[in-house]
Design a binder for this molecule. Structure first.
Ligand code: AMP
Length: 218
């Protein structure tokens, strides 16, 4: 089973994907994470990528499709992928269909996380995560404590880090990009009859339960 976890920035795609990774042993394919890994080198490409990502715009489809094809063609994760943050526009959605066809796979469901935009800005601008285990915290909703360290057992007192694009200015631009380029893809998938809407304003556990219910039917 391959799934797309869909929704605006801050809807909880990464958090809910971690649940699928832990409980269903699925492979999380986050294009945002793949791109952030590329940023660690000091190349021209990485400087260019950082500029685009910090502006809230989309990186070129060629770069993204290349990253994706390397993963889809990997037999180790075949038919067990959660696409997180991809596709982000209609051309990427069509390329994904072609690639999946080529490697004899398909998308079973698109899980659409619905959240009011009014709360997204606070969710994103307050977002911090553990530098080691990636556990997410929020400075507004669940402050980790007066010191900024991870509270999980495995990496107790590890530093929390903030993404450079998680600030109010970039968030507004990311939401605009989402509205103009990403949201229209839903129509494409609704036409295929594979979209399942989820109320992502509920607690993390309640959202997880809704998703569990959806995938238990597949
Ligand atoms: P994310 O971690 O998914 O919020 O992505 C962070 C940033 O990476 C986005 O604002 C884009 O600049 C870039 N990015 C991630 N995924 C894609 C994609 N599928 N297509 C184009 N750009 C992307």
């Amino acid at each position: 089973m391959n799934l797309i976890i869909f929704g605006p920035p801050g809807a909880g795609k990464g958090t809910q994907s971690s649940f699928l990774v832990k409980r269903k042993k699925m492979f999380q394919l986050s294009t945002g994470d793949l791109l952030r890994n590329e940023l660690s080198s000091a190349s021209d490409l990485s400087r260019k990528l950082k500029e685009i990502m910090d502006s809230g715009k989309l990186v070129s489809d060629d770069i993204i499709n290349d990253l994706i094809e390397k993963k889809i063609s990997d037999p180790e994760i075949k038919n067990n992928i959660i696409f997180d943050g991809f596709p982000r526009n209609i051309d990427q959605a069509k390329s994904l269909d072609k690639m999946l066809y080529k490697y004899k796979q398909k998308i079973s469901k698109v899980i659409n996380l619905e959240v009011d935009y009014s709360i997204l800005i606070k969710r994103i601008s307050g977002r911090v995560s553990c530098s080691i285990c990636k556990k997410p915290f929020n400075e507004y909703f669940d402050p980790p404590g007066k010191d900024t360290y991870c509270t999980s057992k495995e990496c107790f007192r590890r530093e929390l880090v903030k993404r450079s694009d998680d600030n109010e200015n970039t968030v507004t631009s990311r939401l605009k990009t989402y509205d103009e380029q990403t949201l229209p893809i839903l129509k494409y998938y609704r036409y295929k009859g594979i979209v399942k809407d989820v109320d992502a304003m509920k607690s993390i556990n309640e959202v997880t339960d809704q998703i569990s219910g959806i995938i238990s039917d597949i």
